[in-house]
Write a protein that binds this ligand. Structure first.
Ligand SMILES: [Zn+2]
Length: 871
C-alpha cells in the first residue's frame, strides 16, 4: 500500500487482475435476474475520442451498478467495421481495407481497456469478420424468403469521369464528386430493397410500448414514418381513358383544385404532353434528372414546373384543369402526382403565384359571413373577392364554400362527406399513406457484406444455399476508385454455377448497407461464438430486450428504426420472442470544448495561438479580438481533448468522475480542465480518508445499539447517501447528483468524531461500494487496503435503513427582530410551545431578551423562533 494515490499503477494492476479473475464474464448459469447493458458499438476509425469515452463510461457505471444490485449482467462490445472510410483509405494509401480495419480495431480496443470498462470481451464481434457476416447473409435470406427483400430500379450517384457509383458521403453539398470533381449525375440501376413499409403501422404503434425512450426520439421516428390519413382520388385525362391518381390529406379542398402536377418521371408525362410542348418538357425532364432528391424538395428552393399542354378534369365539378410537371413531385413517393390547391396549401400557393396560375378559395375561416358568399352571383370572381385575405394560403380548418352540395360544412365533416361521395361515385377512396419508403440496401461498394444471391440467365435471382454461406469477400482486390466496383472486376469470383440448374451464372456484386450489420449485432452478443446459428433462440430470448441502450442522438432515426424492423421480422420468423429490441434508451449529450474564432475571417484559431490581453482573447500574431464559445470537440476546430492525455495525467477514475459529475448524461458536457482537477482532488481526499483510517484503525470497533449523537448523525449521513444515490441511479441515471452525494458522505466521514465506532467503519465501506461503479480502480484498491480479500465489485449494493434516516434532533435558529443570534439543538418532535420555551430558556435567548419586552413570537417548526421585541 502506497501512501500516495498513484492512479496509473493501481489502474493497470486491477485491470490485469480483473481479467485474470474473469470478473467481467457474463454469467451463464445463474438464477439472478438478467440485465443487458449495451453501448452503441463504434466504427473502428482508429482513434477513441471523448464522445466515445462518455458513451462507454455511462454504460459501464450502469453495468457495474446492476452487478452490485444482484443482477447477472451482459455488457458486450464490438465493431461496426464495414464502411466507406476503409475503402477510401485503401484508395488513398494503398492499404487493404481489412488490414486497415483490423489495425484500427486493435488500437481502439487497447484504448478502451485503459478506461476500466467491465466488458465481456469473449463476446466481441466485428461485422467485417466472416464468422459474423455469414449470419448477416443468412438473415438477408430470411428476409428474401419472407418476400421482404426485392429488386427494383433506383437512382444512384454516377461520377461520369471516374465511371463509378458514389456513396452519398462522396458527393459534396453542391453535387460534385469528392475525387474527380465532376458534377454527379443520377443513373438508374437495379438495386435491392427491404420492404420496411410493410411494418410501418407496427413501427409507429409500438412506439407506445417504449416508455423508457426519450420523447423526442419517439417523435423523430413518428415523423420519419409520417403517417397521413386522407383520400386517394382519380382525375380523368381529357381525351384519354387514363386517369391521374393522387393522394391528399385534404379531400375537403377538392373543389379548389386548380391544376394537377405529375412527377417528370411519371409514365403519363409523355402521354399527356402535347406536340407544341414536347421539346420544352423533354428538356425540363433532362434537367431535373440530374438533381438529387434533396435539391428537388428543399424548402428554401423555388419550385420549378412546366405546362404539358394536357388537360385533366376535376370529377367533382367537371372543371377542366391544366396538367403540369414539376421538380418537387417525386415519382417514388406516393402516386407520383399531386393535386394543386393553391388557396389552401403553402407550397402550392407559392408555386401558383410564381407560375401565375389560378387560385380558387374553397375554405374560409369559421367567422366569415358565409351567407354573403352564397348570395354572390354565379359569375363572381371568387379569387378577386378573397384577394385581400389571400396574401398566403389559408391552411387552417374552416367552412367549405364554392363546393356544390358541401357548402357550409365544417372542413372536418367535409373530409368524411367528400370521401364517402368519392367512393359512391367511383372517384376515389379513403387511404392511409406513409412517408416511410422501402429501405434501399444495395451499395456498389467493396467493403461491405456481399449479398448472397446468384443471377442465372434461366432461373433468375437465386439465393445462395445456407450450406455455401458465407459468400466470402475476396481480399485480393485492387482499388483505383475508378470504374466498376472492385468486386465486379473479379472474374473468378463473379462467375459461378447457378445453385439451381448448374449452368453458368453470376454473383450479385452489390454489398449490403452497413446499417444491416448493425441491425442485429445486439442479438449476436447473446450467443456470440455460435458457429451453427446466428444465435440460439433460448439465449436471445433469455437476454432480450436490451435493458439499457446508450448512444448518440444521431442514431435516433435510422439505426433504431432498422433495428426495430429487424426485431419484428425475426419475431415473425420465429427466431425471437420480443417485439422491441431496446427497452430503455439513453441518448448521451455531446462533449464540447472551448473554441476560438476570428469573427472577421471566420477561421478557428488553435488555443496555443491565443493570448489574453486588454480584456479580450486575441490572435497572438495579429492581435485581432477573437470570439469564443463551446462547441462539439473536433480536429478542425482545434478543441479536441485526447482521452489518452487525460488518462495519462490523472487516470481513468478521474476522467470517469469528471464526465459523470459535470452534466446530466443526456445534456451536453463542457470540458474544463479545472473540473478535471477538482475530481482528481476529490479522489485524493477519499484516498487519504481511507488510508488514514486503515493506519489508525482500532483493533476492536465499538459495537453498540445505543448510539451517541455523533454516531447517529454519521449513520444518518451514510443512509441518506445510500438512499439518494440509489434513487439517482434508478431509471434516469442522474450520475451528476449521485457524485455530489458521494462528496457529501466523504465530508461527513472527514468531520466525524467517532473513528473507533462500528458506524464509522460502515461509513468508510459504504463510501467505497457506492463509489465502485464510478471509480472502479481506486475503490478496489482501498477496499483491499481495509483487509477485504474478494473484489469490491462482487460486494452487494448497500440497503437503506429507514430508522437511520429519522432525525431526532434539529438545529433551531434563534432570531431577535429577524436577526439571527445563534442556534441550539432541540428534539425534532418538540411542539411550537416547547420550541418557544426552549429558545427563551437557552443561553442565547437569555442574553438577547434580557431587559426587553417580547411583543410577539413567530415559530417556524423545524426551523426557527423569531422574537419581536419592543424598542
Ligand atoms: Zn439456373
Amino acid at each position: 500500500m502506497e501512501s500516495q494515490y498513484n492512479a496509473a499503477a493501481i489502474e493497470q494492476k486491477w485491470q490485469q487482475d480483473w481479467v485474470k479473475q474473469g470478473l467481467d464474464k457474463t454469467p451463464e448459469n445463474s438464477d439472478k435476474p438478467k440485465f443487458y447493458a449495451l453501448s452503441m458499438f463504434p466504427y473502428p476509425s482508429g482513434n477513441l475520442h471523448m464522445g466515445h469515452v462518455r458513451n462507454y463510461v455511462i454504460t459501464d457505471v450502469i453495468a457495474r451498478l446492476k452487478r452490485l444490485q444482484g443482477y447477472r449482467v451482459l455488457h458486450p462490445m464490438g465493431w461496426d467495421a464495414f464502411g466507406l472510410p476503409a475503402e477510401n483509405a485503401a484508395i488513398d494509401r494503398n492499404i487493404p481495407p481489412a488490414e486497415w480495419t483490423y489495425k484500427n480495431i486493435a488500437q481502439m480496443k487497447q484504448q478502451l481497456q485503459t478506461l476500466g470498462l467491465s466488458i465481456d470481451w469473449d463476446r466481441e464481434v466485428a461485422t467485417c469478420s466472416p464468422d459474423y457476416y455469414k449470419w448477416t447473409q443468412w438473415l438477408f435470406l430470411q428476409f428474401y424468403q419472407a418476400g421482404l427483400a426485392y429488386q427494383k430500379e433506383a437512382a444512384v450517384n454516377w461520377d461520369p469521369i471516374d465511371q463509378t457509383v458514389l456513396a452519398n458521403e462522396q458527393v459534396d453539398s453542391d453535387g460534385y464528386s469528392w475525387r474527380s470533381g465532376a458534377k454527379v449525375e443520377r443513373k438508374l440501376l437495379r438495386q435491392w430493397f427491404f420492404k420496411i413499409t410493410d411494418y410501418a403501422e407496427q413501427l409507429l404503434n409500438d412506439l407506445d410500448k417504449l416508455p423508457g425512450w426519450p420523447d423526442r426520439v419517439k417523435l423523430m421516428q413518428e415523423n420519419w414514418i409520417g403517417k397521413s390519413v386522407g383520400a386517394y382520388l382519380e382525375f380523368p385525362i381529357k381525351g384519354s381513358e387514363e386517369k391521374i391518381a393522387v393522394f391528399t390529406t385534404r379531400p375537403d379542398t377538392v373543389y379548389g383544385v386548380n391544376y394537377v402536377v405529375l412527377a417528370p418521371e411519371h409514365p403519363l408525362t409523355p402521354k399527356v404532353t402535347i406536340a407544341q410542348q414536347k421539346e420544352a418538357v423533354e428538356a425540363f425532364i433532362k434537367e431535373v434528372a440530374n438533381e438529387s432528391e434533396i435539391e428537388r424538395t428543399a424548402e428554401d428552393k423555388p419550385k420549378r414546373g412546366i405546362l404539358t399542354g394536357g388537360t385533366a378534369i376535376n370529377p367533382f365539378n367537371g372543371q377542366e384543369i391544366p396538367i403540369l410537371i414539376a421538380d418537387y413531385v417525386l415519382y417514388e413517393y406516393g402516386t407520383g402526382a399531386v393535386m394543386g390547391v393553391p388557396a389552401h396549401d403553402t407550397r402550392d400557393f407559392k408555386f401558383a403565384t410564381e407560375n401565375k396560375l389560378t387560385i380558387k378559395v374553397v375554405i374560409v375561416p369559421e367567422d366569415t359571413d358565409v351567407g354573403t358568399i352564397h348570395e354572390l352571383p354565379e359569375d363572381t370572381d371568387v379569387e378577386t373577392f378573397h384577394e385581400t385575405s389571400l396574401r398566403e394560403a389559408y391552411t387552417e380548418p374552416g367552412i367549405i364554400v364554392n363546393s356544390g352540395e358541401f357548402d357550409g360544412m365544417k372542413s372536418t365533416e367535409g373530409k368524411t362527406a367528400i370521401i364517402e361521395y368519392a367512393e359512391k361515385e367511383g372517384y376515389g377512396k379513403a387511404r392511409i399513406q406513409y412517408r416511410l419508403r422501402d429501405w434501399l440496401i444495395s451499395r456498389q461498394r467493396y467493403w461491405g457484406c456481399p449479398i448472397p444471391v446468384v443471377h442465372c440467365p434461366s432461373c433468375g435471382s437465386i439465393a445462395v444455399p445456407d450450406a455455401d454461406l458465407p459468400v466470402k469477400l475476396p481480399e485480393n482486390v485492387e482499388f483505383t476508385g475508378r470504374g466498376a466496383s472492385p468486386l465486379a472486376k473479379l472474374e473468378d469470383w463473379i462467375n459461378v454455377p447457378c445453385p439451381s440448374c448448374g449452368e453458368p451464372a453470376k454473383r450479385e456484386t452489390d454489398t449490403m448497407d452497413t446499417f444491416i450489420d448493425s441491425s442485429w449485432y445486439y442479438l449476436r452478443y447473446t450467443d456470440a461464438v455460435n458457429d451453427q446459428e446466428a444465435f440460439k433462440l433460448e439465449k436471445a430470448n433469455d437476454w432480450m430486450g436490451v435493458d439499457q441502450y446508450v448512444g448518440g442522438i444521431e442514431h435516433a432515426i435510422l439505426h433504431l428504426l432498422y433495428s426495430r424492423f429487424f426485431t419484428k421480422v425475426l419475431r415473425d420468423r420465429g427466431l425471437i420472442n420480443v417485439d422491441e429490441p431496446f427497452k430503455r434508451l439513453l441518448t448521451q449529450g455531446m462533449v464540447q470544448a472551448l473554441t476560438y474564432k476570428n469573427p472577421q475571417t471566420g477561421k478557428y484559431i488553435p488555443p496555443e495561438n491565443v493570448v489574453y490581453k486588454d480584456d479580450n482573447y486575441r490572435d497572438r500574431e495579429t492581435g485581432e479580438i477573437l470570439s469564443f464559445f463551446f462547441e462539439k470537440m473536433s480536429k478542425s476546430k482545434y478543441n479536441g481533448v485526447d482521452p489518452q492525455q487525460v488518462l495519462g495525467k490523472y487516470g481513468a477514475d478521474t476522467a470517469r468522475m469528471f464526465i459523470l459529475f459535470t452534466a446530466p448524461p443526456e445534456k451536453d458536457l463542457e470540458w474544463n480542465d479545472a473540473g478535471v482537477e477538482g475530481q482528481f482532488r476529490f479522489l485524493n481526499r477519499v484516498w487519504r480518508l481511507v488510508v488514514e483510517y486503515g493506519e489508525n484503525k482500532p483493533k476492536q470497533v465499538k459495537k453498540t445499539t445505543d448510539l451517541t449523537k455523533f454516531e447517529k448523525d454519521l449513520k444518518r449521513a451514510i443512509h441518506t447517501a445510500i438512499k439518494e444515490i440509489s434513487e439517482d441511479l434508478e431509471g434516469d441515471y442522474q450520475f451528476n447528483t449521485a457524485v455530489s452525494e458521494l462528496m457529501k458522505l466523504s465530508n461527513a466521514l472527514n468531520d466525524a468524531k467517532c473513528l473507533d465506532s462500528a458506524v464509522y467503519q460502515e461509513g468508510i465501506e459504504t463510501l467505497l461500494i457506492l463509489l465502485a461503479p464510478f471509480a472502479p480502480h481506486i475503490a478496489e484498491e482501498l477496499w483491499h487496503d481495509l483487509g477485504h480479500k474478494k473484489s469490491i465489485h462482487l460486494a452487494s449494493w448497500p440497503k437503506v435503513d429507514p430508522d437511520a434516516l429519522v432525525v431526532d434532533e434539529i438545529t433551531l435558529v434563534i432570531q431577535v427582530m429577524g436577526k439571527t443570534r445563534g442556534t441550539i439543538q432541540v428534539s425534532a418532535s418538540a411542539t411550537k410551545d416547547e420550541l418557544e420555551k426552549l429558545a427563551r430558556e437557552s443561553d442565547i435567548g437569555k442574553r438577547y431578551l434580557e431587559d426587553t419586552e417580547v411583543k410577539k413570537v413567530i415559530v417556524v417548526p423545524g426551523k426557527l423562533v423569531n422574537f419581536v421585541v419592543a424598542k
